[in-house]
Design a binder for this molecule. Sequence first.
Ligand SMILES: [Zn+2]
Length: 224
Amino acid sequence: MTAFLKEVDYYEYYYFRFAGSGKGTQSKILAQKLNLFYFEAGGFSRQLAKTNSSIKEIVDSGRLIPEEEMTKLVFDYLEKNVPLEKDILFDGYPRFVGQFEALRNWMASRGKKIDWVIFLEVDEEESIKRLSSRRVCPKCGSVYNLITNPPKKDTICDVCQVPLFQREDDKEEVIRRRFEEYKKNVLPLVDFIRNEDFFIKVNGEAKIEDVTAEILEKIGIFPK
Ligand SMILES: [Zn+2]
């Protein structure tokens, strides 16, 4: 296990945001297994929205924060919070060719490179169904999914016994809009890098453990 962690110390990963692909789950598992700093763009945006009303408006409507603004905010945050020797798993960033190039340059300035891009492929309608089934506890913040991870009782938090709610950006119409943006913005990025050695495509519809196993196998790591 020690050797395993050492071996992968220098890897830097990132995920495409493909809404509903289960990439949040996979990202957390991988970040933990591989000892990476986990950067999640969605949570980061929502955090920003708490103190910035123009960003709040963008996030609530399911649109994306303008490319250059987002890039600056992300790098500022990472420079303050991640020591140079720690590698980063990006979840949901970058989403555009321009952001990708900015990230590559930023990493080069830190003496790093992009080791892997993991693309989780899923069916669009399946994703929309899964994502719009997400519910959150207003009290403790626990996240449930009525399909993949339901609470024990109806739509009540297991811990707090209070009704769960649906976040504004988990509503179906918002998710559909996000998919349209996704296709407009991210697919050109996929085309831009799909022939690179670091680009890996994985079936995002398999069971969680199987998706993890496929990712680790494709990046050449076989933890046992
Ligand atoms: Zn709760």
